[in-house]
Design a protein around this ligand. Structure first.
Ligand code: NDP
Length: 234
C-alpha cells in the first residue's frame, strides 16, 4: 500500500537515501529543501524547519498533493562544532533550534492527522554521539540526546493511538556533514569503529524503512544504533 511519507532534509545525504528507499517501495514521498534545485522524483517542498509558518505551509502543500503524512522521518540536522570555551550562545542555541525544536515543530504538525487517522509512524534521526558524547560537539550531542527523551515521551503519549515513535542513531556516515572533517579526523574515527569503516547512507535508510514497516508494528520508543558497533553498550 502506498503511503504518504515526509522526509525532512531529504534533498541530500542520509535524508535523500531514506527518501529513495521509501520511493523504491512504492510510497509517495515528499522531501524538504531550503535552496537550490531539489533532486527529481519526489514532491519537493521548500521549508526551513526553524520557521513554524514554513512548516505549516509545507504540510498544507503535502496534504493537498499527496495526502496527510502517515510516515514522518525527521532527519534535518546541523552541526556547529566548537570547544565549550569558544562555543557562543548562538552556536549552542542555533543547533538546538534546528535539531531539537525543529523536530518538535514537524512532529507536532504531523501528529494532528495521525491522531485523526489513529495510526502513524515517526522516526527521528539522532546520532551515536547523543549518548556517547563528543568533544567539540556539546551542542550537537545535547540536541541528539534530547531527541531520545522527546521520542520516548511521545511513544508513551501516542501509543494508544497506534502511533509509533522511534529513533535511529547512526554512527559516522559518508555525507557532506562528515566530508567536512579533516583526513586525520576521519582516520581517527575509523580506528574506533569495530566495523572499521564509515556507513553508507543507504545502510541508515534500511533501518528507517524497517521501523516504518508493518513488521515493526510492535516497536516504539526504541533507539536503534546503526553505527558499526561504535556505541556498543548504550
Ligand atoms: P547533511 O549535512 O548532508 O544534510 C543535512 C540535511 O538537513 C540537508 O538536507 C539540509 O538541508 C537539512 N537541514 C539542515 N538545517 C535545516 C533546516 N533548518 N531546515 C530544513 N532542513 C535543514 O547531513 P547528513 O545527511 O549527514 O545528516 C542527516 C541527519 O543525520 C542529521 O540529523 C545528522 O545530524 C544525522 N547524522 C549524521 C551522521 C553522519 O555521520 N553524517 C551521523 C549521525 C547522525 P539543506 O540542503 O537545505 O542545507
Amino acid at each position: 500500500m502506498s503511503r504518504s511519507v515526509l522526509v525532512t532534509g531529504g534533498n541530500r545525504g542520509i535524508g535523500l537515501a531514506i527518501a529513495r528507499a521509501f520511493a523504491e517501495a512504492g510510497d509517495k514521498v515528499a522531501i524538504t529543501y531550503r535552496s537550490g534545485e531539489p533532486p527529481e522524483g519526489f514532491l519537493a517542498v521548500k521549508c526551513d524547519i526553524t520557521d513554524t509558518e514554513q512548516v505549516e505551509q509545507a504540510y498544507k502543500e503535502i496534504e493537498e498533493k499527496q495526502g496527510a503524512v502517515e510516515v514522518l522521518v525527521a532527519n534535518a540536522g546541523v552541526t556547529r562544532d566548537q570547544l565549550l570555551m569558544r562555543m557562543s550562545e548562538d552556536d549552542f542555541a542555533s543547533v538546538l533550534e534546528t535539531n531539537l525544536t525543529g523536530t518538535f515543530r514537524v512532529v507536532k504538525r504531523a501528529n494532528r492527522a495521525m491522531l485523526r487517522a489513529r495510526k502513524g509512524r515517526v522516526v527521528l534521526i539522532s546520532s551515536v554521539v547523543g549518548l556517547l558524547g563528543s568533544a567539540g560537539q556539546a551542542n550537537y550531542a545535547a540536541s541528539k540526546a534530547g531527541l531520545v527523551g522527546f521520542a520516548r515521551s511521545l511513544a508513551r503519549e501516542l501509543g494508544s493511538r497506534n502511533i509509533t515513535v522511534n529513533v535511529v542513531a547512526p554512527g559516522f556516515v559518508d555525507t557532506d556533514m562528515t566530508r567536512a572533517l579533516t583526513d586525520e579526523q576521519r582516520e581517527n574515527i575509523v580506528k574506533q569503529v569495530p566495523l572499521a569503516r564509515y556507513a553508507q547512507p543507504e545502510e541508515i535508510a534500511a533501518s528507517v524503512r524497517f521501523l516504518a514497516s508493518d513488521e515493526a508494528a510492535y516497536i516504539t520508543g526504541a533507539v536503534i544504533p546503526v553505527d558499526g558497533g561504535l556505541g556498543m553498550g548504550h
